[in-house]
Design a protein. Structure first.
Length: 330
């Protein structure tokens, strides 16, 4: 089973930490299959339409960051609507009303790859963390070649655009071993099977600050505050994160830490006397976070938790020690 980290540690060791801009908030994008099969077309498919509406309402209701953006796109052979709102009370109520009132009776095929391409080209931007949900009860009409090609491109695209994919197979008709096989090893993607989506809660958390300060003369402890996408659910008890420094960093860090009180407390080990000679008055080093017990949390607590802020910067302050000089006057 893979360990989920929305962004893999991809070539970050080669980039200056302070040159990277941290995305501001989240963008939740729901590609919602509204083909008639969702309504039990001609009694040949399960009628799950109302259940999916309830799922969308629940997920949107759990978003607590009022600066987040919500985008819902009903699709069949193409995206039919594009509703975008800010996730404050008024915005959530408006988009929920649109979901509840929406009705489409067109008989069409299912095109999954086209909406993904549209989301990549027109909706996903690197200014925010992008969480892309694909909710479908079927397979790609006409074969999987184009869909599989999009999934194969996803990892590199997601790394460049702060994006994460949740492919939700809503029914057994949507289960696709080829799609699952491609998604499973991708660190910034997750495949949800038909038995799980109704019961699971989806939760995202990450560092609430992109810069921490440490005065090496005063402390050997850093605290990494965390923020959570849902205060209702909260970060599950027992969630564990690995905190690592880059190879060759001034302070070597590789610790597995349990989240307590919405923060990670990291105890550092370094020789201050040696470090104060080597470092300038101010320097920076990147820290990387990795969620390490996703599957355990999902199995025991039924919460599908993802880490959305895998990097931050630790600023090392090396303030010269004050000295007292005594002169004896003759």
């Amino acid at each position: 089973m893979k360990r989920i980290s929305i962004f893999a540690l991809f070539c970050l060791l080669l980039l200056p930490a302070i040159a990277q801009e941290k995305p501001k908030g989240e963008r939740y994008i729901y590609l919602w299959d509204v083909t008639l099969s969702m309504k039990g077309y001609q009694n040949r498919t399960p009628d799950i339409y109302d259940d999916v509406v309830k799922f969308l309402i629940k997920e949107i209701g759990c978003i607590t960051n009022e600066n987040a953006e919500i985008v819902v796109c009903p699709f069949q052979e193409r995206i039919l609507e594009n509703w975008k709102y800010v996730a404050d009370k008024k915005g959530k109520e408006a988009i929920m009303d649109k979901i509840i009132e929406y009705n489409n009776t067109d008989v069409t095929n299912t095109n999954i790859s086209g909406p993904i391409e549209h989301a990549k080209s027109s909706i996903i931007k690197s200014d925010k963390i992008n969480l892309l949900y694909i909710l479908t009860d079927g397979k790609q009409t006409g074969g999987n070649e184009r869909l599989l090609s999009e999934i194969e491109k996803w990892e590199n695209f997601a790394k460049m655009n702060n994006a994460y994919l949740r492919y939700v197979a809503l029914t057994s008709n949507a289960e696709d071993p080829e799609v699952k096989h491609l998604i499973d090893p991708i660190p910034n993607a997750d495949y949800i099977d038909p038995e799980s989506w109704k019961e699971q809660s989806f939760l995202n958390f990450g560092a609430s600050k992109d810069l921490l300060n440490l005065n090496i003369a005063d402390s050997k402890v850093i605290e990494i505050p965390l923020k959570c996408s849902s205060e209702v659910i909260g970060i599950p008890q027992g969630t564990k994160v690995r905190v690592k420094s880059a190879s060759g960093a001034p302070i070597s860090i590789s610790e597995q830490i349990e989240v307590k009180d919405n923060k990670l407390v990291v105890n550092l080990t370094f020789d201050y006397q040696q470090l104060k000679v080597k470092l300038p008055e101010e320097s920076s080093m990147p820290l990387y976070l990795e969620l390490i017990n996703h599957d355990d949390i999902l199995a025991k607590q039924n919460v599908n938790v993802s880490l959305t802020s895998p990097q931050l910067t630790l600023k090392l302050i090396n303030t010269p020690e004050k000295t007292l000089t005594i002169r004896i006057k003759n």
